[in-house]
Design a protein around this ligand. Sequence first.
Ligand SMILES: [Zn+2]
Ligand SMILES: [Zn+2]
Length: 252
Amino acid sequence: MPAPSLKIGSIGVRRAATTLLDFALPPRCIGCGERVDRNGLACAKCWSSLTFIAPPLCISCGAPFEFETGDGRKCPACYAAPPAYDRARAAVLYDEHSRGLILGFKHGDRLHAAPAFASWTARAGAELLQEADIVMPVPLHRWRLLRRRYNQAALIAAGVARIAGVMHLPDLLERHRATPSQGTMSATGRARNVAGAFRLNPRHADRVKGSRIVVVDDVLTSGATVSACARVLRRGGAAGVDVLTLARVVLD
Ligand SMILES: [Zn+2]
Ligand SMILES: [Zn+2]
């Protein structure tokens, strides 16, 4: 794996990296904790267990196709119901190999994976980022943010924005309604759960008009959360909304 070339910028990412340096020397794999050459790397075993998503893909939701289909194809789901966002891309498949890595990051014991995750995500979204004016994370409600102390999506978004040289606005959207965790909900339940949960931060409303915005999250599941964000951004006058996640679920 090439070393993540992320220059650490945001306070959150810097804190994550410092935490690692404080107690995890010598360098350990971001997945299993085996010794590795440098901080922020995955060992060969963890690295090769991950499925990196590559073309051919649905041009809209980014779901990988099993066979080469020619350029510009959409998957049946996107034909049946076009998503609220323009395009979604993700770095790795959310499966039994990536799950532990991502949950560890989400729940705070593997924050030092942020630079690696950001560099994988930025690579997967290179095409989207080229056209982007603003990168922003899916926001957490302030109560959850207080409890968890950091927003894992914002750690990835900060790194992605830095790598791509795009403005990062972590508070562009606000989550003004606390929503129950979506872990066990159906797609319809998820959509209902997040409907009306987000609003534009009035301080940044002017920046949204005419901008292409990339919304960053850790995992794309049903797409309900990012779709709710996309609808608010479009109503605010965004010229385009793309979605970039570290991982995505692929349904058979
Ligand atoms: Zn490992
Ligand atoms: Zn699709």
